[in-house]
Design a protein around this ligand. Sequence first.
Ligand SMILES: CC(C)(COP(=O)(O)OP(=O)(O)OC[C@H]1O[C@@H](n2cnc3c(N)ncnc32)[C@H](O)[C@@H]1OP(=O)(O)O)[C@@H](O)C(=O)NCCC(=O)NCCS
Length: 168
Amino acid sequence: MARMHAEDLIIRPAQTEDEKELSALNRAAWSWQSDVAPQPAEGDTVFDERHTPDQFLLALLDGRIVGYIRVVPPTPLASNGHVRQIQGLAVSSGARGRGVGRALVEAGCAAAAEQGARRITLRVLGHNAPARRLYEACGFVVEGSLAEEFLIDGRYVDDIWMARSLLG
Ligand SMILES: CC(C)(COP(=O)(O)OP(=O)(O)OC[C@H]1O[C@@H](n2cnc3c(N)ncnc32)[C@H](O)[C@@H]1OP(=O)(O)O)[C@@H](O)C(=O)NCCC(=O)NCCS
């Protein structure tokens, strides 16, 4: 599989102007392996009042957006303020297997640490093997699971909770 040169990949914060390209990527990357809601319709936007550009980091290859990660506080509570959560990660199918996902997860963790978080969490479907391997490779460990939490495409699927310390 083709490996990219590290200097080819750019990771940068999202901007409002990225909406069109990002929503197209998000729609194309959708599948029941990773998603719990139906595929976004054409014209659906990624950014809204709760999904703001400052929450997203984008991966670009040759000037085109090939992936994104969204990292947010899991709740607005001050008592929960030391935690960040990955609530969105996707790489376009043509750019997978080249380290883009790993680079996005590492960049998301670094951004969370810069914001002062000491812990980062995520939820992943039990049957999403590529994502689970990626998170494990990035140092996340399973902390729990909700058995048969989702009924997806006729099958009950577990909701796996993973976390990684941002200290040290
Ligand atoms: C999961 C996803 C983001 C991975 O992106 P990617 O750019 O292909 O991942 P990388 O190339 O950085 O792979 C990093 C590691 O992840 C694991 N991995 C990635 N794809 C894999 C696959 N198809 N099968 C098994 N392991 C895989 C491997 O451990 C890999 O390390 P290696 O290359 O040293 O073997 C991508 O497949 C995707 O967008 N999937 C759909 C959306 C999704 O599942 N999002 C997560 C929701 S929780």
